[in-house]
Design a protein around this ligand. Structure first.
Ligand code: NAG
Ligand code: NAG
Ligand code: NAG
Ligand code: NAG
Ligand code: NAG
Ligand code: NAG
Ligand code: NAG
Ligand code: NAG
Ligand code: NAG
Ligand code: NAG
Ligand code: CU
Length: 595
């Protein structure tokens, strides 16, 4: 089926690509230059302007907010221990902030770039100097706007090389960044606003992207080219895969080439061979592939995984059900691995990956459960605090001054739907400004019931409570946190992301977490250490983390539509003892926190 669909496309492309040039996307030169010139930790300075520029994607040429005129945005390459200083000036006519996703921000919470959590967004004409180190980490992370839906175009890679440029696997010959994204032909912020207005859901992206291009299945590759990775027989390549998409979890396959996953969320894992990997928004994977097939053109494709299960069709208007059923882009994004000794897209030597069905959950579990850290026995032995968060959707009465509905879909954690404060949580905490947030975010739900059964007789109503509540954590606390998927209108995976810390993913399961039996199945020996974890649709996941970085840290679902709906909260990690455990004062130039 896949073959038939592609025959025509590949024939057209064969003609076009033999006469057009390839975009070459290797980072190898960068890596080798850095290594050759490395002379100990340094400070890397960047001047960035956020502005409107014309971009052409998916056959439309439109103005979009980008960094320095580039889409995808400029990559940052650094070495573990470096300091990175980026002076971001906002020249766009919309508020912006930039988050360094996966950067630990040790003692630099002021630079985490989250509007109303650690800063106020930059208004047009304002600047902010982000200044942080990449200490204690190496691997693939990224940066993105953390406001409205600007991440769609304000986004780029951030790659941290190990100090000695050696890896716990044979050094790859070259490496490529594979930045996955989502594209709307419309202004993404307008998509968000329109969705909030209806109260029922958001327009699905018009295209999935690989390095800013949808690829040949979208009919636009003639105009825009297709992301092409040129490879040589026998060489090994490191793919730094980043899911920077907004709302779509994806399968990733490369025809006839085994992927060896060696790192997840910037932390090494035991090499894992797989045909199809799985990556959610907010996650990264480092993957080795070896050009060991007969010379030819091999497609890489990313395809939506849809975890959605609608359990109760009686309470939602038909329009919402329709939009929820078609919740993901249906056409895979593609790129090609082109052997240099083979003519591009020679039909007899062009191959496509076989990817799972969109609703096939087994491969997602198999993949996620197979990841193991290479550093065993690092998990702190005892949790000193236990938390249990239900995560799911909910409803709120519409505000008819801007919404056209009676009840709007929102999202909740422990039944609380986050309400954005007017100044940042961090500023309010640091300066003792009262009335901005409450400290009573509940460690456990108000009541326990059968969270995964829509028809549970004791299931309470669907309406959540609005609030700006934080969970205050003593420095050094080891927290066991169970995230329990909750059925309220529907089930869906939620990729949860924690700022300023990574956590051990101890295990997951279907149904309700059972405190008597579930812990016995958890892996305390060599679980992966990640910063974004999928809460499975209709199930739970258990994580453990150590709160050893003072400040206000955002914790949220990394599906942008769910962030819009309030599926977020914040932890305030208190200072410990001495300067190494104390949040330094804010930088001199803070953006004024007045909306
Ligand atoms: C950052 O850029 C602004 C211009 O937008 C400039 O006024 C400011 O001096 C710069 N700050 C630093 C530290 O480079
Ligand atoms: C960045 O932070 C370091 C450490 O606090 C400081 O020494 C340096 O002056 C800062 N740089 C800028 C440009 O603000
Ligand atoms: C490189 O550094 C890592 C730790 O950062 C160490 O485990 C490894 O042995 C070092 N390799 C070499 C060749 O020095
Ligand atoms: C690509 O073009 C073909 C033929 O015009 C059309 O049938 C198909 O729907 C188009 N695909 C997309 C994604 O627009
Ligand atoms: C690649 O895999 C496909 C099936 O996925 C198979 O039909 C094809 O023969 C393979 N090609 C090579 C060169 O092994
Ligand atoms: C990949 O798929 C091929 C063909 O189905 C199979 O033979 C091979 O064992 C698979 N490899 C892995 C690592 O699962
Ligand atoms: C996936 O969807 C198809 C068609 O809608 C259905 O036939 C199939 O049973 C579903 N598979 C799973 C695993 O739910
Ligand atoms: C409804 O929205 C308007 C405009 O944003 C706001 O002023 C008003 O306070 C809101 N009403 C309620 C009940 O939240
Ligand atoms: C409000 O929604 C209804 C149906 O849900 C639609 O018919 C109507 O046109 C909408 N009104 C506005 C002002 O958008
Ligand atoms: C959530 O909060 C609302 C409003 O306070 C309440 O009516 C509802 O019962 C609560 N639901 C749950 C599951 O606790
Ligand atoms: Cu979510």
């Amino acid at each position: 089926m896949m073959g038939a669909r592609n025959v025509a496309v590949q024939q057209i492309l064969y003609v076009l690509l033999t006469i057009s040039c390839f975009a070459v996307l290797s980072n190898a030169g960068v890596r080798d230059d850095l290594e050759a010139t490395y002379d100990g930790p340094t400070t890397r300075y960047y001047d960035w302007t956020v502005e409107s520029a014309t971009v052409t994607v998916n056959c439309v040429t439109v103005p979009r907010i980008v960094v320095n005129g580039e889409f995808p945005g400029p990559p940052i390459y650094a070495v573990e221990g470096d300091r990175i200083v980026i002076n971001v000036t906002n020249k766009a006519n919309t508020d912006v902030s930039i988050h360094w996703h996966g950067v630990r921000q040790i003692l630099s919470n002021w630079h985490d770039g989250v509007p109303y959590i650690t800063e106020c967004p930059l208004k047009q004409g304002e600047y902010f100097v982000y200044n942080f180190t990449v200490e204690n980490q190496q691997g693939t992370v990224f940066w993105h706007a953390h406001i409205n839906w600007l991440r769609a175009t304000v986004v780029g890679a951030l790659i941290v090389y190990p100090r000695n440029f050696t890896y716990p696997y044979p050094k790859p010959d070259e490496e490529f960044t594979v930045l996955l994204g989502e594209w709307w032909n419309r202004d993404p912020n307008a998509v968000e606003i329109a969705g909030v207005k209806t109260g029922q859901g958001f327009q699905v992206a018009d295209a999935l992207l690989i390095n800013g291009k949808p690829g040949s299945l979208y009919n636009c590759s003639d105009a825009e080219g297709i992301s092409t990775f040129k490879v040589q027989s026998g060489k090994t390549y490191l793919l730094r895969v980043i899911n920077a998409g907004l709302n779509t979890e994806t399968f990733l396959g490369i025809a006839n080439h085994t992927q060896t996953v060696v790192s997840a969320d910037g932390e090494y894992v035991k090499p894992k061979d797989i045909n199809t990997s799985f990556i959610s928004p907010g996650q990264t994977l480092d993957v080795l592939i070896t050009a060991d097939q007969e010379p030819g053109t091999y497609y890489m494709e990313t395809k939506s995984y849809s975890s959605i299960m609608i359990t109760d069709t009686t309470v939602l208007p038909p329009i919402a059900i329709m939009s929820l059923r078609n919740d993901d882009p249906k056409i895979p994004a593609s790129a090609i691995f082109q052997y240099d000794t083979s003519p591009p897209l020679d039909p007899s030597h062009t191959f496509f990956p076989a990817l799972p069905e969109e609703n096939d959950t087994d491969p997602t579990f198999r993949f996620l459960d197979s990841l193991r850290t290479i550093y065993p026995d690092q998990v702190p032995a005892q949790a000193t605090r236990k938390q249990f968060f239900t995560v799911g959707l909910a409803a709120q009465p519409c505000n008819t001054s801007f919404q056209n509905c009676t009840f709007a879909t929102v999202a909740q954690i422990n039944n609380i739907t986050w309400v954005e404060p007017e100044i940042s949580i961090l500023k309010a905490y640091y300066f003792g400004i009262e009335g901005v947030y409450k400290t009573n975010f509940p460690d456990i739900p108000l009541r326990f019931f059968d969270f995964t059964n829509a028809d549970s007789p004791d299931a309470p109503g669907r309406v959540s409570e609005l609030g700006t509540r934080v969970s205050v954590i003593k420095y050094g606390t080891v927290i066991d946190l169970v995230l329990q998927g909750m059925n309220n209108l529907l089930f869906q995976n939620h990729p949860f992301h924690l700022h300023g810390h990574s956590f051990w993913v101890l295990g997951r399961g279907m149904g309700n977490f059972d405190p008597n039996t579930s812990p016995s199945g958890l892996n305390y020996h060599d679980p992966p250490f990640r910063f974004t974890v999928d809460v499975p649709s209709r199930g739970w996941v258990a994580i453990r983390w150590k709160a050893n970085n003072p400040g206000a840290w955002y914790f949220h679902c990394h599906l942008e539509k769910h962030t819009t709906w309030g599926m977020m909260m914040a932890f305030i990690v208190l200072n410990g003892d001495g300067p190494d455990e104390t949040l330094p004062p804010p930088p001199e130039h803070l953006t004024p926190c007045l909306t």
